[in-house]
Design a binder for this molecule. Sequence first.
Ligand SMILES: C[S@@+](CC[C@H](N)C(=O)[O-])C[C@H]1O[C@@H](n2cnc3c(N)ncnc32)[C@H](O)[C@@H]1O
Length: 323
Amino acid sequence: MQMNEVNNLNEDDKIHGQKCKKRDQDARQAALQRWNILREVILSGRGGGGDDSVSVRRFKSYGLLSTNKVTVDADSPDTARNWFIYTCPSQPDFSMQIRHLSDHVTPEALRGFNNTGNVCVWPSEEVMTYYCLKHPDVFRNKCVIELGGGMTCLTGVSLGLQSAASYIELTDGNEDSVSNLQVIVERNLPKAKAELSSKLLRWGSGPLDADLAGKFDIVLCADCLFFKEGRQDLITTIHDLLKPDGEAWLFAPKRGETFDEFVVQARSQFLVTVQQIYDDQIWKLHTQMESLGQDHYDADIHYPWFIHLTPLPGPSREDSSER
Ligand SMILES: C[S@@+](CC[C@H](N)C(=O)[O-])C[C@H]1O[C@@H](n2cnc3c(N)ncnc32)[C@H](O)[C@@H]1O
């Protein structure tokens, strides 16, 4: 072997080593981010149990939706026990049946694909559902997709039952979430006004299916902005899913710098509008919660800000599918 070949080999080893180190660091950072968000569930005592009480030691929800456990026979299997009837006090004729997956954070939640959508319904999903139910006309005849909807996709299901949307796709990247979504769709289908469907959709796992690209008028997404490693993938996925005149509604708390970092990155592909105050009732509840003190309610991790995105003209979908 010539000397310059040995040098090249050493150089290759070095590059390979650096790549592995970077991958390890990214994986550790992603695990830490996941742990931080799951820690919040443990501290709040909030599991998948559907407790809508706001008068608990740690904040669980704004109480914009109500949940009642579906009663089952004592000998029913576990899978039959986690069904809840969701209602919305401001929408008297509305109810949907939703199955939760877990009552507590398990060690499995820290392994495998991101599991933060299977441990509880986060306040951003609750707020997005309430807000969308309040504006059903926006969805009339529209093709809608929810991204990262976790085990419930509350907003998508509620719009399927309550709006005149033409089609609603419920998605998440976690397989357990999507299996649960399928069961929820089947249970609610008889009362649905829109065509409802569920699908595994992982941002950044390759080009979008042809039947999804450029199909949607509205993309919805709650509390999915804090994963640094998936941020650009999420932005590109939203862009690729939308029709040129489509729009995305995102609700998420600040969670440190993560929200603002997302906004900066999104400006490369979207016209971005950010609103802190977008609904009187939600703002009123937020200010009430704040007065209880940070031990109970921490706006940084609880209060969802609203982001509205409209696509800037960008590379054609054929170009972006070569990414
Ligand atoms: C904090 S949870 C929010 C779930 C739900 N929207 C809510 O607010 O209750 C974040 C969700 O993003 C999903 N997610 C994270 N990375 C993803 C990716 N690359 N592709 C698809 N979904 C992803 C997770 O599976 C999880 O359900």
